[in-house]
Design a protein around this ligand. Structure first.
Ligand code: HAM
Length: 437
């Protein structure tokens, strides 16, 4: 038997774990900088949590089964329904606006391809209880600042923003019915990846005589040229009779991002639709600037989900940022910090009788906050010092019986390649001074 990880699942050897830890650290740092508090929920949820509101695409990718108690359950494919359920259960007791973040591992039975696996980690940041556009801008700014904290700038990535209310306004003015709308949204969603397929869907969706020309015009304007300037967007809204109210929040989101000095990252792109069913307003996605990779992050406003899951109506806006494409982009840009297994001190002995002293000393040094290792089986001094080198130890302490008799140890500076005796009483402060902490 040669058991291997399942396709689409990752082993994190220490080198790979170091990149994951680096990403998580930036995620936590920036989310807390924006006043967000961390939460979590269960990785296994009732199946109906997703079948009710997430939309067909994600439901088709569920890892679901019937458990031993005959319950229909699913591994979480996204965090938003769990969050909405948790908030709905305590809606009245929570101080609004709620600013919460989480870093769940998620599971989707997707075909494995570059940037898409069957499990991934996702930073989720959600702002709940604030309907105004400054909340949307805050959430988008947070996503941009996470990317900047990882060393990426406006030459590396873009946020493409759109608004479901504007697209709904357009659908109304085209008099598209439910079925047409679904097809038109889908056509917009895939137009970048598969323009031919999008055109075919579009042709299917607009059979109604007098509106065909108008719809074709709208579709063409939406998809070329991109991105829209705010002036072009105003002209577009007027041309297709989309009411002011559908777009006023969107213009404020865009202007707030500019006031936050972030406009170099932002593009208006009305082909951003988002596959999930629950979005109601602003929607956005983050992509690498060259457009070579899958989406790094996606989110938007979803004002009806908490109410639909049994809570009071609470407006929400948030995003999910995955670790997979982000890791690829960091690698492409040379922004992955080199990982080195490192300790501060290696304690070596000369003979078997040194072991009890080494153990006691190791414990004292670890209590003092130092990273310490020693040989776990008898070894010649040379071999112990080679192990110290492999671990990139800053110092080695040789605790032989002769030094002990004088109340000392031999301290080796493994960088300067020097050594000197140090009294036991001075060892901890000397090591702290050497290591610089
Ligand atoms: P989503 O667009 O489905 O949104 O996922 C967000 C991000 O998660 C994607 O942009 C991508 O980076 C990553 N991702 C998704 N699926 C995979 C996969 N199979 N493999 C690797 N990475 C993946 C949501 O999940 C929403 N619930 C986000 C949200 C939070 N909206 C509001 N609040």
């Amino acid at each position: 038997m040669h058991p291997q990880a399942l396709p689409g699942f990752r082993d994190f050897y220490p080198d790979e774990f170091a990149l994951r830890a680096h990403i998580f650290q930036a995620w936590r740092q920036v989310a807390t900088r924006y006043g967000f508090e961390e939460y979590d929920g269960p990785p296994l949820e009732p199946l109906e949590l997703y079948t009710a509101k997430s939309g067909d695409e994600i439901v088709g990718q569920l890892y679901n089964f019937i458990d031993k108690g005959e319950r229909h359950v699913a591994l979480r494919p996204e965090m938003t329904p769990t969050l909405a359920r948790m908030v709905a259960a305590r809606a009245n007791g929570l101080k609004k606006p709620i600013r919460w973040f989480s870093i769940p591992q998620l599971f989707r039975y997707e075909r494995q391809q570059k940037g898409r696996l069957k499990e991934h980690f996702q930073l989720n940041c959600d702002l709940i209880g604030e309907p105004g556009p400054l909340a949307d801008a805050e959430i988008i700014a947070l996503a941009i600042d996470v990317m900047q904290a990882l060393g990426l700038d406006s030459t590396d990535f873009r946020v493409r923003v759109s608004d479901r209310r504007i697209l709904e306004g357009l659908m109304q003015s085209l008099r598209a019915d439910e079925g047409d709308r679904a097809k038109l949204y889908r056509a917009l969603d895939i137009v970048r990846k598969a323009p031919g397929q999008a055109a075919a869907l579009f042709a299917e969706a607009v059979p109604r005589g007098s509106l065909v020309g108008t719809a074709a015009d709208a579709f063409q304007r939406l998809t070329t040229p991109r991105p829209f300037s705010t002036e072009e967007l105003r002209e577009f809204l007027a041309r297709f009779g989309i009411p002011e109210v559908a777009s006023s929040d969107f213009f404020r989101v865009v202007s707030a991002l500019s006031e936050l000095q972030l406009s170099s990252f932002v593009e208006i792109d009305l082909t951003i639709v988002r596959g999930l069913a629950y979005y109601t307003g602003t929607v956005f996605e983050l992509f690498d600037a060259k457009g070579e990779l899958r989406a790094i992050c996606g989110g938007g406003r979803y004002d009806n989900l908490v109410g639909a899951l049994g809570g009071v109506d609470l407006p929400c806006v948030g995003f999910g940022m995955g670790d997979v494409v982000l890791g690829e982009l960091l690698k492409d840009k040379g922004l992955v910090p080199t990982h080195r297994s490192t300790i501060d001190v290696f304690i070596a002995g000369i003979e078997g009788g040194d072991v009890p002293h080494i153990l006691r000393l190791a414990h004292e040094l670890r209590d003092a906050g130092l990273r310490v290792e020693y040989a776990l089986a008898p070894q010649a001094l040379g071999k112990q010092l080679r192990l110290a080198d492999t671990r990139n130890a800053r110092a080695a302490v040789v605790a032989g019986s002769e030094e002990r008799a004088r109340g000392e140890v031999m301290l080796k500076d493994l960088v300067a390649k020097t050594q000197r005796p140090v009294s036991m009483g001075d060892l901890i402060p000397t090591l702290h001074a050497m290591i610089g902490r």
